[in-house]
Design a protein around this ligand. Structure first.
Ligand code: KG4
Ligand code: ZN
Length: 343
């Protein structure tokens, strides 16, 4: 076989927040294994991610998770072409566990090391199940820490068209869920509660940002929900959680879809993708699908398991970095506020 046709197999590691994950990915799009050890049960007690607990738990789980990923792929370290790891953005202590582990493994096995941007990973999750998807396309990245409207000009080449000015979309879901007493993580709980609710019951605000029409702001809708709940309590009116959840979910997804379609219309790019934990939300997916259909745009989204944090998406992103010849040294460090497109 010609060298250019050789399969590229990458071991990928992801520990930026509360999932300890490892995966083996062939040629960027074929997932041979995808192991995720979730810490949700540990953090539920505190109503959110506790950074110190996350770091400790990553240390306890990381070796086992990597061993499982190799085992499931029926491969061993010598079969790998590179070791990839998320090095930012994220919680510094959590990132450090993955970075130190990946460096040690790559050094020990004599393999190249590739540091990957977490958001680039989320975007690349779309390559896994959509084999035909290639840049340029637009992507809405909506997670617990990020809300970015991105133009993917080429593999590894990104232009941020809009971003949140305050809370991330997932963060707003988490905070509102806590306020209604639904617990953590908020996104799936709000979506579940919404099924029994009326999305038109309460008119929550849909904020616009004056300086950049593509930017988002979710602190207003979050405050409006809290004010609504307090108002009901003061008047002795019992709240209907399902209606609040459904109305809030509609307000957030309406804005996400509106800004996304505005960018699609103005850019003329005919492919639109979504990514990140909130991209597993059914109302967002269906709304986006419909809006794309109306405009004749091709719509792409990962399966829910590739929307929330996982290492397969890091392996997908790393493949294109590998092809572009990008390699990191043994001095690779965790960068908690790493910007997209920076290296
Ligand atoms: O991508 P992710 O796993 O982690 C980050 O990089 O932040 O996203 C987690 C976020 C959480 O805020 C969670 O509440 C939200 O994604 N999420 C959802 C849903 N599933 C997860 N939000 C809305 N609807 C869902 N079904
Ligand atoms: Zn994420």
């Amino acid at each position: 076989m010609e060298d250019s046709q050789k399969d590229i197999v990458i071991l990928a590691v992801e520990t930026s927040c509360d999932e300890t994950a490892a995966a083996v990915v062939r040629n960027g799009r074929e997932v041979l294994s995808n192991v995720i050890s979730s810490q949700i049960a540990l953090h539920t007690l505190y109503g959110g991610v506790v950074p110190e607990i996350a770091s400790r738990s990553h240390i306890e789980k990381i070796n086992q998770v990597i061993e499982e990923a190799l085992l499931e792929a029926h491969m061993d370290l010598p079969d790998m072409d590179a070791v990839a790891v998320t090095y930012g953005p994220g919680l510094v202590g959590a990132l450090l566990v993955g970075v130190a582990e990946a460096k040690a493994i790559a050094y020990g096995a004599g393999k190249p090391l590739i540091g990957v941007h977490h958001i680039e990973g989320h975007i690349s999750a779309n390559y896994i199940e959509n084999k035909e998807l290639e840049p340029p396309f637009l992507c809405l990245v909506v997670s617990g820490g990020h809300t970015h409207l991105v133009k993917v000009a080429d593999y590894g080449s990104y232009e941020i068209l809009g971003r949140t000015r305050d809370d991330a979309a997932g963060e707003a879901f988490d905070k509102v869920a806590r306020a209604i007493g639904l617990g953590y993580p908020g996104g799936p709980k709000i979506e579940e509660a919404s099924r029994a609710g009326d999305p038109r019951a309460i008119a929550f605000p849909r904020a616009k940002v004056a300086e950049n029409a593509y930017d988002f702001s979710f602190s207003g809708v979050k405050s409006a929900v809290l004010n609504y709940i307090n108002g009901c309590r003061m008047k002795g009116i019992s709240i209907v959680e399902a209606d609040i959840a459904a109305s809030f979910q509609k307000a957030v997804t309406d804005v996400l879809i509106e800004h996304s379609m505005m960018a699609a219309d103005e850019s003329g790019i005919k492919k639109f993708a979504i990514a990140g934990g909130v991209a597993s939300n059914g109302t967002l997916r269906e709304g986006m699908r419909k809006a794309c259909e109306e405009r004749g745009l091709a719509f792409f989204h990962p399966s829910p398991i590739f929307c929330t944090d996982n290492a397969a998406m890091i392996g997908a992103a790393a493949y294109y970095e590998y092809l572009a010849g990008r390699r990191d040294g043994w001095d690779l460090n965790a960068v908690p506020n790493l910007k997209l497109g920076e290296r």
